[in-house]
Write a protein that binds this ligand. Structure first.
Ligand SMILES: [Zn+2]
Length: 310
């Protein structure tokens, strides 16, 4: 079945200022690269769909949402040491937060079996009550909660961004209905994601952290994926798989020092795609998170989408 995508030029208007690595050019490079592919015409383009306040409120405190809107309306500035926003950042964040729920609806209607969402701002560091690490609303967490509200019972989130998805982990740390799995460089920003952190209370055992030393190469990384991530997914048997797809574990990325290649992302995607076929009718929704070397980012996304779409 078809692969859906979502992109909107409003995402370019989240202006992080000169010299910031999380910049509009990232999406422009991805869009240009996908437009040159043989399968571009076959991708289902999802319609524009903003998140409602209730949907964002599945994850975030209403006070934080209102503060973010007001801060952007007043022209923006820095929310933390590395998270700037501009006038249009709130609107971009609301649109990014709605893309995942839109993809859930499309999959439930049978319009697509999987999706890749080209979003800015990214989401996986944002916490219930604050922005963090270039992230405003936690797009993947909002989508997991939305999917639960739409009848999905077990949602798995695989986070292969090079940084630990601390926001997503914290939101579902006590929840067995969302299994959070992260592979990340460790130590690295944001400092969380130790192996021993496995969830708590009812969520005990439903967080899996795979910390990897700086310099870890494709063979070792992919071995952890094959020997830990895929078996954990198989055992959990999710009815929907979400991916926090950052591409900053690429060896060319300037912000971290794992050593994946473009082909690694194709193989990771192949592993998920094959497993999802037997577990959940191929249902995968993938969200752009990080990735800061423009060419490596665009080519890695292309490798990822090519496997989803073929
Ligand atoms: Zn990252």
């Amino acid at each position: 079945m078809a692969t859906a995508t979502f992109y909107d030029p409003l995402f370019l208007e989240h202006d992080t200022g000169p010299g910031h690595p999380e910049r509009a050019a990232r999406l422009e490079a991805i869009v240009a690269c996908l437009q040159r592919t043989s399968y571009h015409a076959s991708l289902v383009k999802l319609p524009k769909r903003e998140a409602t306040l209730a949907e964002i409120g599945l994850v975030h405190d209403s006070q934080y949402i209102a503060q973010l809107e007001s801060f952007c309306n007043q022209g923006g500035g820095y929310l933390d040491g590395d998270t700037p926003v501009s006038q249009n950042s709130y609107a971009a964040a609301v649109l990014a937060a709605g893309a995942g729920p839109g993809a859930v609806d499309a999959i439930q209607k049978g319009d697509a079996s999987n999706a890749f969402l080209m979003l800015r701002p990214p989401g996986h560091h944002s916490l219930r009550n604050r922005a963090m690490g270039f992230c405003l609303f936690n797009n993947v967490a909002i989508t997991a909660s939305y999917a639960r509200s739409r009848g999905f019972e077990r949602v798995a989130i695989v986070d292969w961004d090079v940084h630990h998805g601390n926001g997503t982990e914290s939101i579902f740390y006590n929840d067995s209905s969302v299994y959070f799995i992260s592979l990340h460089q460790y130590p690295c920003y944001p400092g969380t994601g130790a192996r021993k952190d496995r969830g708590a209370g009812a969520g005990s055992g439903y967080t899996l952290n795979i910390p990897l030393a700086p310099g870890t190469g494709p063979a070792e990384y992919e071995r952890h994926f094959a020997e830990e991530v895929l078996p954990a997914l198989e055992e959990y048997a999710p009815d929907l798989i979400l991916v926090s797809a950052g591409f900053d574990a690429h060896k060319s990325d300037p912000l971290a020092s794992l050593e994946l290649t473009t082909e690694s992302f194709a193989r990771l995607t192949e592993g998920l795609r094959t497993l999802s076929g037997s577990l959940c009718a191929g249902r995968i929704i993938s969200f752009l998170e990080g990735g800061y070397h423009l060419q490596a980012l665009a080519e890695s996304v292309e490798a990822h989408v090519a496997v989803l779409a073929t």
